[in-house]
Design a protein around this ligand. Sequence first.
Ligand SMILES: *[C@@H]1O[C@H](CO)[C@@H](O)[C@H](O)[C@H]1NC(C)=O
Ligand SMILES: *[C@@H]1O[C@H](CO)[C@@H](O)[C@H](O)[C@H]1NC(C)=O
Ligand SMILES: *[C@@H]1O[C@H](CO)[C@@H](O)[C@H](O)[C@H]1NC(C)=O
Ligand SMILES: *[C@@H]1O[C@H](CO)[C@@H](O)[C@H](O)[C@H]1NC(C)=O
Ligand SMILES: *[C@@H]1O[C@H](CO)[C@@H](O)[C@H](O)[C@H]1NC(C)=O
Ligand SMILES: *[C@@H]1O[C@H](CO)[C@@H](O)[C@H](O)[C@H]1NC(C)=O
Ligand SMILES: *[C@@H]1O[C@H](CO)[C@@H](O)[C@H](O)[C@H]1NC(C)=O
Ligand SMILES: *[C@@H]1O[C@H](CO)[C@@H](O)[C@H](O)[C@H]1NC(C)=O
Ligand SMILES: *[C@@H]1O[C@H](CO)[C@@H](O)[C@H](O)[C@H]1NC(C)=O
Ligand SMILES: *[C@@H]1O[C@H](CO)[C@@H](O)[C@H](O)[C@H]1NC(C)=O
Length: 382
Amino acid sequence: MLQRLLLAGLVPQVVLGSSFSLSFERIRSDVNILLPSTPGFGRTAHTSEFDEQGFWFTNFTVGASKDLILLIDTGSTDVYLNPGVYKPSPISQDQHVNFTITFETTNPDGSGTETIVGPVYKDIVGLDGTNLSLSAQPLGAVADPVSPPTFPHDGLVGFAGLYQTALNSTSWFQQLCDHGELDACRFGIAYKTDETGEQYFGYVAEERFEGPLSVSPVIPNMEWGTYMDIAYDGQVVERDALMVTDSGTTIIFGPIDQVQTLFDAAGIQSVLSPNTTADAPSTLTGYFNCSNPPTFGFGLPSLSNATAASTNLSSPVSHQSTIFNILPSQLVQNSTGDNCTASIHGTDEFPFWLVGQVFFQGKYIDHNHDDETMGFATLWQS
Ligand SMILES: *[C@@H]1O[C@H](CO)[C@@H](O)[C@H](O)[C@H]1NC(C)=O
Ligand SMILES: *[C@@H]1O[C@H](CO)[C@@H](O)[C@H](O)[C@H]1NC(C)=O
Ligand SMILES: *[C@@H]1O[C@H](CO)[C@@H](O)[C@H](O)[C@H]1NC(C)=O
Ligand SMILES: *[C@@H]1O[C@H](CO)[C@@H](O)[C@H](O)[C@H]1NC(C)=O
Ligand SMILES: *[C@@H]1O[C@H](CO)[C@@H](O)[C@H](O)[C@H]1NC(C)=O
Ligand SMILES: *[C@@H]1O[C@H](CO)[C@@H](O)[C@H](O)[C@H]1NC(C)=O
Ligand SMILES: *[C@@H]1O[C@H](CO)[C@@H](O)[C@H](O)[C@H]1NC(C)=O
Ligand SMILES: *[C@@H]1O[C@H](CO)[C@@H](O)[C@H](O)[C@H]1NC(C)=O
Ligand SMILES: *[C@@H]1O[C@H](CO)[C@@H](O)[C@H](O)[C@H]1NC(C)=O
Ligand SMILES: *[C@@H]1O[C@H](CO)[C@@H](O)[C@H](O)[C@H]1NC(C)=O
């Protein structure tokens, strides 16, 4: 999930709340929920996560409740619990303030907005099975609307930067860093295609991926956005695109003209659905033969950023760009016979590419707050 932004130069301003568009879920069968517990060691930890309908979850303790199932969202910042879920612990602190955050609606056409409100507390927020716990993390207890619940399962925990908060607080992850709970202020996500994944805290799980990380600069003050080139079949068709990564978005959105360029390069059918009302965005949908999927990918770091880094000895950014393709299985959002709907959609709702978990799958994605970089690599097994 991602808050809707206006980019003024490179200084983003929060305008609205996060997107939570269930209409863009990928169609999946139900899966069994099995979370092996993985104890933390030293000032690093890792946890198992599971994928359900394109959203990723793991167990947290919040306040007096253990085993809450929270959505892992790298596109927003705060901790929110669904109505009725929050049970204060003895050290809970009522902040005597209400939060307000506006979400994109769940209407099939993406129109409208939904505002959630509720009181703010500070309380225990800990990742089950690890030592990663804070005793006074700000959290929002959703009071309105009561139903339907805003989030699947119990709520969500955000991993993005300060610019996405509606609680005036840094994320749980960043507070762990500030409290010296992690060896390095970074986390990695490794999502496989079998609906299981891992998240690593305080280190890079190098045994999980091939070769070195391809390191790309984070857009200043905009964790976790970076720059990329857009590629079809290993050839760059668009350069220097802004990309915001978001584990809490199921699919991929890009500006209509750039998505059109990509679909045209692949020679696939595209259908523009014009807006029918002023607040409903136009969308571009791509269809391809399931038996012959196109190869779409993102070049990271961008060629421009790689070239700039190669003349700057102190830059942590990789000197070469690597194209990371979306796995063919993840490019399919839906299918009817041999007619597959692409999981990349065009919309002018965001002035950037919003890159969701279909891209994450089969990759290791490092989120490095110390260096303000992101690192990408291909998982050994996916
Ligand atoms: C996670 O929470 C669910 C639901 O509360 C519970 O059934 C499950 O046993 C928990 N998993 C672990 C590893 O604690
Ligand atoms: C928060 O909202 C509730 C419900 O609308 C209201 O009763 C309460 O006074 C508000 N609290 C603050 C501190 O504004
Ligand atoms: C981490 O937690 C385990 C119990 O889950 C505990 O035995 C261990 O001492 C803790 N380690 C540190 C460094 O706090
Ligand atoms: C966040 O800060 C703004 C501006 O200082 C204030 O109006 C708002 O009430 C604060 N919100 C919370 C949830 O603390
Ligand atoms: C479509 O959106 C545009 C821009 O927001 C608006 O000017 C136009 O009136 C909308 N079209 C319809 C049919 O509402
Ligand atoms: C898709 O399949 C149809 C019918 O088999 C064929 O005519 C068409 O050329 C194929 N298109 C692509 C892009 O592979
Ligand atoms: C990366 O590329 C973007 C777009 O060309 C540019 O604005 C930015 O300054 C570059 N960043 C670095 C660190 O080279
Ligand atoms: C070189 O990279 C460092 C570290 O990212 C950065 O602070 C510095 O501004 C860069 N220098 C130039 C000339 O771009
Ligand atoms: C998936 O395809 C089926 C059959 O064409 C259609 O009924 C359904 O609405 C589609 N779902 C989505 C999310 O596009
Ligand atoms: C694929 O399905 C969509 C939605 O039903 C339709 O608009 C499109 O024309 C179909 N494409 C092909 C090649 O059959």
